[in-house]
Design a protein around this ligand. Structure first.
Ligand code: HEM
Length: 144
């Protein structure tokens, strides 16, 4: 079960990243161009939210079963990364994206809806990019 979960969590990063990048570029373009808010935009922002929430669920399970999470070994860079840095960074990013989605949903005018997604999803994307264990940064991490 553990290897399958790591593969799912690792591979799903690409779906979450593609959706997030599409969402942020769409929202910024529509915010700056003041060109409305379509049902397609709503679906894109919703699927993006679902993809990061799926990562949250998989990540939570991994947090309790992964040998790379160990709070007795925090002086080691690898254990500190997975136990603290990755988990905290991703949690904050997912909270930001969730706040952006719900505030945008409640907003009444199109420009405000797009602005909220641009800012909250944009900040979430940056935080996710710096919290991912990229193979060039973390020993043993994979591309998929
Ligand atoms: C959008 C959010 C997230 C993304 C894109 C993401 C991405 C990744 C990636 C790419 C890996 C490396 C897998 C590999 O080495 O092949 C990983 C590992 C891990 N992630 Fe996440 N993650 C996210 C959220 C979370 C959250 C919220 C948690 C905890 C609550 C978490 C816990 C873990 C753990 C414990 C591992 C180590 C698994 C292992 O190799 O044993 N992740 N994550």
């Amino acid at each position: 079960m553990y290897p399958g979960l790591v593969h799912a969590h690792s591979g799903l990063r690409w779906i979450a990243l593609v959706l997030l990048i599409a969402a942020v570029f769409t929202a910024i373009g529509k915010w700056q161009g003041r060109s409305g808010y379509t049902d397609g935009n709503r679906k894109l922002y919703l699927f993006t939210l679902i993809s990061v929430h799926t990562q949250l669920i998989l990540g939570f399970v991994l947090f309790f079963i992964s040998p790379k999470v160990n709070f007795s070994l925090l002086s080691d860079k690898l254990y500190r990364f997975y136990s603290v840095e990755h988990t905290t960074g991703m949690l904050i990013a997912i909270i930001l994206i969730t706040i952006g989605y719900s505030r945008s949903k409640r907003a009444t005018d199109a420009v405000t809806k797009q602005r909220l997604v641009s800012i909250f999803y944009g900040l979430g994307l940056l935080l996710i990019l710096v919290s991912i264990p990229w193979p060039f940064r973390i020993i043993g991490a994979n591309w998929f």
